[in-house]
Design a protein around this ligand. Structure first.
Ligand SMILES: C[S@@+](CC[C@H](N)C(=O)[O-])C[C@H]1O[C@@H](n2cnc3c(N)ncnc32)[C@H](O)[C@@H]1O
Length: 259
């Protein structure tokens, strides 16, 4: 313990005294020394972890913070992905077509989609597909990260969390792709795939890709995460002969803008 503390102190002293101070926003500038300690602590205790700039404007966006608090994600690692999701949704405001999410869990991402749909230039219905029994059975390609029924929630929990958007969405309970045919005639402007595993990710992109309007956006939330190798493989396999280039943001996920 003494050793660790000594190492942290050494790292603390190595950190340039002024540089961070000048870059930090007011809220953190006031606790500048605590921030320096945090960086030093991180470097010793978890050297592979990289800190993010806390000077980003969106960290202090009140509406967005309220959203995070509502879903208990204020200090979650999802914050970057949530902010990015909002930005992708803005890009499809003027694209015709409904929206869809494969894997909704308790509704944090569907909430953002539904909220943005209200500001769209076109009327948009949001379609939600989830087993409400958690994940399906992982296969070899998914590695050893998940078990069947992980991430289980109830329909009631989802409905409670998106209650203000009643009428704006339709929910299908069941294993993907059981109910996909029910929306076979629809066209889409936004698809959010977030099912963690190879097979449901593959089934989702196979079914919805041809139904995306030009300029529509597909997000695979799990792409590029070491805990979701199957999801990454499913997208790579399907997209390898398609004309769209994958956009891979630093926050993880992949973004496909349909040509
Ligand atoms: C990571 S959570 C989704 C998180 C949510 N999109 C969010 O951002 O808060 C994964 C969801 O996918 C659902 N799911 C996973 N595999 C599925 C499958 N084969 N069929 C239907 N739903 C599935 C689970 O029930 C779970 O709710």
């Amino acid at each position: 313990m003494k050793d660790v503390l000594a190492k942290i102190k050494k790292e603390f002293l190595k950190l340039p005294k002024e540089i961070y101070k000048h870059y930090l926003p007011d809220k953190i500038e006031n606790s500048y020394h605590q921030f320096r300690w945090l960086l030093a602590f991180g470097k010793v205790v978890c050297p592979e972890y990289r800190f993010h700039w806390p000077q980003l404007d969106w960290w202090y966006n009140q509406e967005f913070t309220d959203y995070l608090v509502r879903f208990n994600e204020e200090h979650s690692m999802n914050t970057f992905k949530r902010w990015n999701l909002l930005q992708y949704l803005k890009q499809v405001t003027t694209v015709e077509g409904d929206t869809v999410e494969c894997g909704s869990y308790t509704g944090a991402s569907s909430f953002l989609i539904l909220k943005r749909n209200l500001q769209s230039s076109y009327p948009k219905k949001h379609f939600i597909f989830d087993s409400f029994e958690g994940l399906s059975e992982p296969e070899e390609v998914d590695g050893d990260h998940w078990s069947k029924n992980d991430l289980v929630t109830t329909e009631q929990e989802l409905v409670k969390n998106i209650k203000e958007f009643e009428g704006g969405y339709k929910m299908f309970k069941g294993w993907i792709p059981t109910h996909f045919e029910k929306v076979a005639k629809k066209k889409f402007s936004f698809l959010h795939i977030d099912v963690d595993l190879y097979q449901p990710t593959f089934d989702s992109i196979v079914f919805f890709y041809p139904r995306m309007n030009s300029g529509g956006i597909i997000i695979c939330d799990d792409y590029g995460f070491s805990a979701c190798p199957g999801a990454t493989k499913a997208i790579d396999e399907f997209m390898h002969d398609k004309p769209e280039e994958l956009f891979l943001p630093a926050s993880g996920t992949c973004v496909i803008v349909k040509k």
